[in-house]
Design a protein around this ligand. Sequence first.
Ligand code: PLP
Length: 426
Amino acid sequence: MSSNADLQQRRQNAVPRGVSNSLVVYADRAASAELWDVEGRRFIDFASGISVLNTGHLHPKVKAALAGQLERFTHTCFQVTPYESYIALAEQLNAAAPGSTPKKTIFLSTGAEAVENAIKIARFHTRRSALIAFSGGFHGRTLACISLTGKVQPYKAGFGPMLPEIYHLPYPIPYHDVSVEDSLAALEQLFKADLDPARVAAIIIEPVLGEGGFYTAPAELLRKLRQLCDQHGIVLIVDEIQSGFARTGRMFAVEYSGIEPDLMVVAKSIAGGVPLSAVIGKAAIMDAPGPGALGGTFAGSPLACAAGLAVLDVIRDERLTERALHMGHFMTSRLKGLQARFPCIGDVRGPGAMVAMELVKNSRADQPHPELTSALVQAAGRAGLIILACGIYSNVIRFLAPLTISDAVLKEGFNLLEKALAEVAS
Ligand SMILES: Cc1ncc(COP(=O)(O)O)c(C=O)c1O
């Protein structure tokens, strides 16, 4: 049997440090919201492999769909000999996307690839080049995506030059005194001083900042962006890669605002752990690039599409949007209870089950506590709970338990969190 320590040694010799690990816990097997490491130790998983497992580890329906597909074929390349599951999944996502405008969907493999394709489609459609994104936003690790991402360390520094003609606006964060008015004033100033709106291909925004710390874009901002995009012929791209697929209590977080995005990028929980991503968008925009301009060898693989269809069934059959609201209620009230006991918890927030707490010094929003945050991740790991840090100041703990978790395991996880907090906060 391999030990975590042995594997860590081998990992350090064989794998570059640029891809980091939050815990020295090597996975052996997992089911729903539980994971066992190579030493046989059980963990409760509040990370879901960074928001990939809304339907849990190895959901029986996803497993059966994958097994069924394995009996038939694993790869043909959709561009060579296509298959029905790709079309069926596209049809279902077109129907599930917000708004009544006819939609089309293209599949890719990773979130970053979906963002890249959305940008290509928006540029082709508008014949414009400039792009607007938000500081604190995260859109992936390819060169175009790090250019859009609004955080220099560790994502952009050293990898330049970035893509030209990308502009960042402040994301509204009331806890840090940034309002919707501040964001909109920055946009107005940008259009006045630097950038002709007639040159802007797209504005891209996460309806809830993921890596940035689970701050929610107020509906008011999204509606105003919708209006400005309509006014200037700009494509509005909503990045639902982390917030999609029932996590926030709606299929997609943008539904809370009532707007219809032009393009939406999705990935992560779309296929229960099999790599898959998509751009879902208004058909007239999606059809702009000509044949051969879009695609990829593995994009929308048969295994991924089979899993994706099963995931949509599970979300519907197990009413996971309602479950997310129920879980969110429990998680938020439990965290608020902890906040009363531990003053280092400066803020508790998040829609549905996309919940986070922000750790600060002296109860002050302007004094982030990243050291305590990383100590808590390690202490929780020792206690048997997998949690993830995030945030512009690396001082946020995000909770992304599978939506299939039982109430008992969810509660047990929060008991472990409380124990870990007591250890590091004292
Ligand atoms: C909002 C958002 N966009 C894009 C990405 C990039 O996705 P991937 O890591 O699959 O390339 C992520 C990943 O964390 C994300 O959270």
